[in-house]
Design a protein around this ligand. Structure first.
Ligand SMILES: *[C@@H]1O[C@H](CO)[C@@H](O)[C@H](O)[C@H]1NC(C)=O
Ligand SMILES: *[C@@H]1O[C@H](CO)[C@@H](O)[C@H](O)[C@H]1NC(C)=O
Ligand SMILES: *[C@@H]1O[C@H](CO)[C@@H](O)[C@H](O)[C@H]1NC(C)=O
Ligand SMILES: *[C@@H]1O[C@H](CO)[C@@H](O)[C@H](O)[C@H]1NC(C)=O
Ligand SMILES: *[C@@H]1O[C@H](CO)[C@@H](O)[C@H](O)[C@H]1NC(C)=O
Ligand SMILES: *[C@@H]1O[C@H](CO)[C@@H](O)[C@H](O)[C@H]1NC(C)=O
Ligand SMILES: *[C@@H]1O[C@H](CO)[C@@H](O)[C@H](O)[C@H]1NC(C)=O
Ligand SMILES: *[C@@H]1O[C@H](CO)[C@@H](O)[C@H](O)[C@H]1NC(C)=O
Length: 623
């Protein structure tokens, strides 16, 4: 009886807790298409259904963008009432809105299972549409990739023009506490470049404390990420006079304000928007994971952390200029615990260890080299296909860099140790090639002059649990140089055997095209399952030369067939093999100028991928 009462009280307690719980801001976790919410309601997914009402009227902010810049097109996109839409925005049905003007979208938000959502539908209109682009680009972050994948039965790759998708939009209804305080609506606000929480709150007449509460922010961390949403508690209907036209960030918008300045200024109410680079896709998984990690760790030892930060050796901070911009610094003792005193069982390879910090698995690289280059580069770049750097540590002149951990190890091991043969199929290999190409494309284009990795090889490509590839080891990376600055006699070519472009080994010339060359070799490894340098009849052979020779022969196709990785042969289409090999040969041209750019390579590989998917789905249909 007592037990029963106790458990009843406990249940009641948690229920009550939940009833009053606010929604937590999830940063750009929403960008992750494959995050799971098995641990319970995830704010990264949609807002949890914890309000007073199961259903309510509410408003979303959407920024007009062609073709969604009229009442009818926006109403169609969001399944909202066009009359209500034109009333609340004080526009007529024929008004064409300027691009990036905020539009108020009236919707009905209701619980569906554990999440709130406003339902709409979207008809796939281009072959370039993916769940990610629909959520991020078309709906601008009002929906998430992950929730789209859940609502729709189509696989990621089978989206085709004309398919109708169900789209849940992010929305929420006020909790009882919020209602008690006079909140009528929770406006789903779409974060843009340069937005700050206090400014947004002010614009919508919302009490800043309530905004902070509604999104579960901590007062000294109000970081916002573009293309995500926050909830703004409103006591009255929003009005069009509160909306503004946003401007895209200038192309050279860089993170200029160091973190600590912001922290100390005006009670930390400033928000810093990281990486305003208007340049390219794929946002800041790094920052988001870093903040989550930080949150977790801070819970455990709130005060300790601060002391540690100020106790850092001054010169370490100087050497790693800008460490403050988002890189966590750890004490060596924490690393020792994380890696069980750098035990051999935690050694991944060479001087790289596996460690668990704050519940998260990280790869920890030990080095005595100057790491400022790598740190400065990695903290500037954020791309799904480039490895993320989370934290660093210095101890007696030795540096420790902590990266995201890649469960499936290096591409090299995967290919040659034949781990997981069941997933060694064409689709996966093409995806890996595409991943590497996308990472390089970003690296080569996010700055001017471009950055060059200089050491692309299958050992420096790592695979995640889902076999998505990321480029790692940026220790040699640096900015490209103009040809006239090259002093050939003095330069020692560093890189991996079998991957180095001729102009680099001969003249030390560093341009993005040396990465293209090395990428050509990786493509061949993916097709043949042979190493870049392999032994044949006790002679060392370069894979690139072998294939070039084969392709010059008259019976090239027949010979090539024997070189295709045996794992792939049974299901291999010679046409795909030829397309991959031809692409690779284009990368392996002697003249750097004749090699394609990574943009062209990404585009070719996407076409190959699409064709492979198409032919497979045809096969499946007829089987
Ligand atoms: C937000 O986070 C807090 C603790 O960080 C948690 O107690 C609360 O349940 C979360 N709210 C939601 C809606 O997930
Ligand atoms: C939008 O318009 C298309 C075609 O005109 C139609 O098929 C679709 O159902 C409409 N969507 C909504 C949500 O009204
Ligand atoms: C709506 O717009 C008209 C002019 O286009 C303006 O005169 C009027 O004051 C506006 N109404 C509101 C409520 O903003
Ligand atoms: C929205 O869609 C979900 C799933 O498709 C469904 O369960 C729910 O009932 C719908 N809500 C409304 C209000 O139609
Ligand atoms: C969803 O897909 C599964 C397997 O692909 C299929 O068995 C099921 O019938 C599909 N459901 C709907 C509603 O299309
Ligand atoms: C919500 O209100 C209840 C009583 O009205 C109070 O006990 C609870 O602490 C409040 N929760 C929060 C998070 O403010
Ligand atoms: C309600 O208002 C009180 C006083 O203004 C404030 O302390 C409390 O945090 C507010 N609660 C919510 C849920 O915003
Ligand atoms: C998300 O969409 C915006 C345009 O709406 C685009 O500028 C941005 O690059 C996209 N983000 C990613 C990661 O692709």
């Amino acid at each position: 009886m007592d037990m029963f009462l106790l458990s009843f009280l406990i249940v009641l307690f948690f229920e009550t807790q939940n009833l009053y719980a606010q929604q937590n801001y999830s940063g750009n976790l929403v960008m992750d298409c494959h995050s799971s919410d098995s641990t319970g309601p995830s704010p990264a997914f949609l807002y949890s259904c914890n309000g007073k009402k199961q259903s309510c009227k509410t408003f979303l902010i959407y920024k007009s963008q062609p073709p969604y810049n009229t009442v009818s097109s926006i109403a169609n996109l969001t399944s909202s009432d066009p009359l209500e839409l034109s009333r609340i925005n004080n526009i007529s049905r024929i008004t064409v809105l300027p691009t990036d003007k905020e539009v108020l979208i009236p919707v009905i938000c209701s619980c569906s299972g554990q999440y709130y959502q406003a339902n709409t539908s979207y008809t796939v209109s281009s072959i370039d549409d993916t769940y990610f682009t629909i959520a991020n680009n078309t709906y601008e972050g009002l929906s998430t990739c992950n929730s789209l994948m859940r609502e729709n039965n189509y696989s990621e790759f089978s989206l085709d023009v004309g398919m109708k998708l169900r789209v849940p939009l992010r929305c929420a209804c006020p909790t009882s506490n919020q209602t008690a305080n006079g909140t009528q609506y929770l406006l789903t606000y779409l974060v843009s470049w340069g937005d700050e929480v206090p400014a947004v709150g002010k614009r919508f007449n919302a009490n800043i404390e309530r905004v902070i509460y509604a999104n579960g922010f901590s007062k000294d961390d109000l970081t916002l990420f573009p293309f995500t949403t926050i909830l703004v508690p409103l006591s009255t209907e929003p009005s069009t006079s509160q909306t503004i036209i946003h401007h895209p960030p200038p192309p050279d918008y860089h993170p200029v304000i160091p973190n600590h300045q912001i922290r100390n200024s005006r009670k930390g109410f400033h928000v810093w928007i990281i990486l305003g680079v208007s340049l390219l896709f794929l946002l800041f998984v790094l920052f988001m994971v870093f903040f989550l990690l930080k949150k977790k760790i801070d819970l455990g030892r709130k005060d300790k952390g601060r002391k540690k930060k100020s106790a850092l050796p001054e010169d370490f901070l100087n050497r790693v200029a800008g460490v403050d911009l988002g890189l966590k610094i750890y004490a060596f003792e924490e690393l020792k615990v994380a890696t069980e005193d750098f035990s051999t069982s935690n050694r991944l390879s060479g001087s790289v260890y596996r460690g668990i910090i704050g519940g998260q698995v990280l790869a920890i690289k030990k080095t005595s080299r100057d790491i400022s280059n790598e740190v400065n580069l990695l903290r500037k770049i954020n791309h799904f296909n480039l490895i993320s750097l989370y934290a660093a540590c210095e101890h007696h002149g030795v540096f420790y860099l902590m990266y995201e951990f890649m469960e499936s190890g290096s591409l090299r091991d995967w290919l040659y140790k034949r781990s997981c043969p069941e997933v060694q199929n064409w689709n996966r290999r093409i995806q890996i090639a595409l991943d590497v190409a996308s990472g390089l494309h970003y690296l080569h284009n996010f700055t001017d002059p471009p950055y060059v990795h200089k050491d692309i090889s299958s050992s420096n490509v790592l695979l995640s649990r889902h076999f998505r590839a990321k480029i790692a080891n940026f220790s040699l990376a640096r900015a490209a140089e103009a040809e006239e600055h090259v002093n050939s006699s003095l330069r020692l070519a560093l890189g991996s055997k079998g991957y180095m472009a001729p102009e680099y080994t001969e003249f030390g010339l560093v341009t993005p095209k040396i990465d293209t060359y090395a990428f050509g070799v990786i493509l061949l490894e993916l097709v043949t399952g042979k190493e870049a340098v392999f032994m044949q009849d006790e002679r060392e052979m370069q894979l690139s030369e072998t294939i070039i020779l084969v392709m010059e022969k008259e019976d090239a196709q027949a010979r090539l067939c024997c070189l295709v990785d045996p794992i792939l042969r049974s299901r291999c289409s010679m046409e795909v093999v030829l397309r991959m090999v031809r692409l690779s040969l284009a990368c392996l041209q002697q003249e750097p100028e004749s090699r394609p750019s990574m943009a062209e390579i990404v585009s070719s590989l996407s076409k190959i991928q699409l064709d492979v998917h198409r032919s497979e789905s045809v096969l499946v249909r007829y089987v």
